[in-house]
Ligand binder design. Structure first.
Ligand code: F6P
Length: 235
């Protein structure tokens, strides 16, 4: 069985200044997370594959996975060649996700970029802080605080969560068909949407899920649905 790993990019310079949207690069912390991610995936996949071969599929997850495992503790031994055959990485087209995959560059793992994995587009509010938005767009801001699911950001192509659900439909079909395991490095709103789909979380709750930076969410299939395992990078 394949694992779908979902994570946000490492910390960006816009995350530090509290600006939404944009196309900022990773900070030092962000680059550190990117490096930790390669170790984590390598170790996790090695144990996962080994365990699938050795044990009954019904009980492998309880044996092998401990939620909230510390990513930092993963071994330094990286055998990306073995992983490459059965593993893919998908990023958005934005720098912060592409840079978060950069330490996989010297492996034979395919990295695919998809614009549909870009962050929810905040229209005229791109580059603003959450404090600035209500000053410039009080009505939209109030509307969004009441109905985050349906409210679009102002300006051409400004999106709502429902818009994001629609644009992710094709990629979800692709994911359902995929036999390989995949690491999806994306953004907060996109992670919320994908995790809600795989974990059957209601659309009303979805825009409010807590998806911090430096967490990996692993969706592992079971008979009906998926198990979710959560891993945190401890600095
Ligand atoms: O702050 C990071 C970010 O990814 C923004 O770019 C984006 O607009 C936001 O999170 C999505 O979260 P929310 O819909 O809760 O503002």
């Amino acid at each position: 069985p394949r694992v779908i790993y979902i994570t946000r990019h490492g910390e960006s310079t816009d995350n530090i200044s509290g600006r939404i949207g944009g196309d900022a690069s990773l900070s030092e912390n962000g680059l550190e997370y990117a490096a930790a991610l390669t170790k984590f995936i390598n170790k996790h996949q090695a144990e996962f594959q080994k365990n699938c071969l050795e044990s009954n599929i019904n009980n492998f997850s309880s044996q092998m996975f401990n939620s909230e495992v510390n990513i930092q503790n993963c071994s330094d031994v990286i055998d990306m060649k073995l992983l490459g055959e059965r593993f893919e990485i998908w990023t958005s087209m934005l720098k912060r996700t592409v840079q978060s995959a950069k330490y996989f560059d010297n492996s034979n793992i395919k990295v695919k970029k998809f614009s549909v994995l870009n962050e929810l587009y905040s229209g005229l509010c791109e580059g603003m802080t959450y404090k600035e938005i209500p000053k410039y767009y009080p009505n939209e801001s109030l509307e969004r605080s009441k109905d985050k699911l349906f409210t679009r950001y102002p300006g051409t192509n400004g999106e709502s969560y429902v818009d994001v659900v629609h644009r992710l439909q094709h990629i979800i079909v692709e994911l359902e068909r995929l036999h390989n395991s995949v690491l999806i490095i994306t953004h907060r709103a996109i992670s919320r949407t994908l995790i809600s789909y795989f974990m059957d979380i209601s659309i009303e709750k979805m825009p409010h899920l807590n998806i911090p930076l430096e967490y990996v969410f692993a969706c592992v299939p079971k008979a009906h649905g998926n198990d979710l395992f959560v891993y945190k990078y401890d600095r």
